[in-house]
Write a protein that binds this ligand. Structure first.
Ligand SMILES: Nc1nc2c(ncn2[C@@H]2O[C@H](COP(=O)(O)OP(=O)(O)OP(=O)(O)O)[C@@H](O)[C@H]2O)c(=O)[nH]1
Ligand SMILES: [Mg+2]
Length: 393
């Protein structure tokens, strides 16, 4: 019996052990099942972040939109730093700086001729004559200056090289003073200025600078985009108009310049503007003669505003030297000039041409351009101009 109970006890113990083992297996299994399932799920989210990274570079190309607004404000921002350097240099210093190339080709060479001389003779005057001619002063002015020196020499009143310098300076001031009268914008309302000149001389830039200066001085200005030849001409004027805060009257490219003049004159009257500045083409695509076209524009202006244009301003590029004088004669003959703006004096050694123009044409030099900045267009001041040329640095 005892053996039977013993057997039963053993069996029961074994069953209990088996049960315990089974239970343990059951308890262990679920975590085992969960672990592999996690591993299977894990790679999935690993794939997900990848597409999340992809759209990021897609967002990067957005900056393509950014440069656009960056480009637009640039032309508007430009004039600001242009105005800033102004107070640092006086008008005289800026002029002197702008004329530095002409200074060395004209006065610099005169000075090296005079250097070390103790007496003045005919030979020196001959050398001086050559320097003056090659500095673009023109034959008429050169002869006038040499004659003045010879008269002094003959009278025994030219003994010192410094006297030669002083006489040249005084004579040049005299010649230029005769032809340096500012424009009287108050002589008519609206005062109409027609700006003419061959292509590339600086007409549009000069109008832009002038519009800005006149508008800052309190005048109400209207601009007329009369150059309908060049595709970007009206846009260029509009940029200047925006800078100056003035209205620009324009037509489409290829339109009749006289029609632009007509509308611009009407607008100037309607807006009660003080000044109308009319740009014109430097050349045309039709066979119509440029001078004939300008005459037509002039007639249209006069019909709309009696007496207009009150000034025909010829823009000349100083770097072209004697060519500028030829252009001035041609335009003066054809349309009659009120004044001259001589641009790009900063980039040339041929600034002496201003003297030739004043002396040979009897047309006042109204403005000189000594750079591309807004305030680099200056009313021509003969005294300051000659002093800046002769100033010793
Ligand atoms: N250095 C210098 N450059 C100037 C001056 N005035 C004008 N310019 C430059 O000359 C170039 C031609 O000027 P524009 O005003 O376009 O000349 P434009 O006579 O209107 O030319 P078209 O419309 O083609 O007939 C531009 O690059 C100007 O910046 C100046 O006084 N000095
Ligand atoms: Mg132009």
């Amino acid at each position: 019996m005892v053996a039977v109970w013993g057997m039963l006890y053993l069996i029961a113990t074994l069953i209990a052990l088996l049960l315990v083992l089974l239970l343990l297996k059951i308890v262990r299994r679920p975590p085992k099942k969960k672990k592999p399932s996690r591993k299977q799920v894990e790679p999935e989210p690993e794939v997900e972040p990848e597409p999340e990274i992809e759209p990021e570079p897609e967002v990067e190309p957005e900056p393509e939109v950014e440069p656009e607004p960056e480009v637009e404000p640039e032309p508007e921002v430009e004039p600001e730093p242009e105005v800033e350097p102004e107070p640092r240099l006086s008008l005289f210093e800026r002029l002197k700086q702008g004329l530095s190339k002409t200074q060395s080709s004209l006065v610099g060479r005169v000075d090296s001729l005079l250097r070390g001389r103790t007496e003045i003779d005919e030979e020196l005057l001959e050398d001086l004559e050559e320097v003056l001619i090659t500095a673009d002063l023109g034959m008429k002015t050169t002869q006038h200056l040499i004659q003045a020196l010879e008269t002094r020499l003959a009278a025994g009143r030219l003994t010192d090289p410094e006297q030669v310098r002083e006489l040249l300076k005084a004579e040049l001031k005299k010649i230029l003073a005769l032809e340096s009268r500012p424009v009287d914008f108050s002589s008519a309302s609206p005062f109409v200025m027609m700006v003419v000149g061959v292509n590339g001389v600086g007409k549009t830039t000069t109008i832009g600078k002038l519009a800005n200066q006149l508008s800052r001085a309190g005048h109400k200005v209207v601009l007329g985009a009369g150059d309908t030849f060049r595709a970007a001409a009206a846009e260029q004027l509009e940029v200047w108009g925006k800078r100056a805060g003035v209205e620009v009257i324009r037509h489409a490219e290829g339109a009749d310049p006289a029609a632009v003049a007509f509308d611009a004159a009407k607008a100037a009257v309607a807006r009660k503007a003080d000044i109308l500045l009319l740009d014109t083409a430097g050349r045309l695509h039709t066979k119509v003669n440029l001078m004939e076209e300008l005459k037509k524009v002039r007639r249209v202006l006069d019909r709309e505003i009696s007496g207009a244009p009150h000034e025909i301003l010829l823009v000349l590029d100083a770097t072209t030297g004697q060519n500028a004088l030829t252009q001035a004669r041609m335009f003066h003959e054809a349309v009659g000039l009120g004044g001259i703006a001589l641009t790009k004096l900063d980039g040339t050694a041929k600034g002496g041409i201003v003297v030739a123009i004043a002396a040979e044409l009897n047309v006042p030099v109204r403005y000189v351009g000594i750079g591309e900045k807004l305030d680099d267009l200056r009313p021509f001041d003969a005294d300051m101009f000659v002093s800046a040329l002769f100033e010793r640095s």
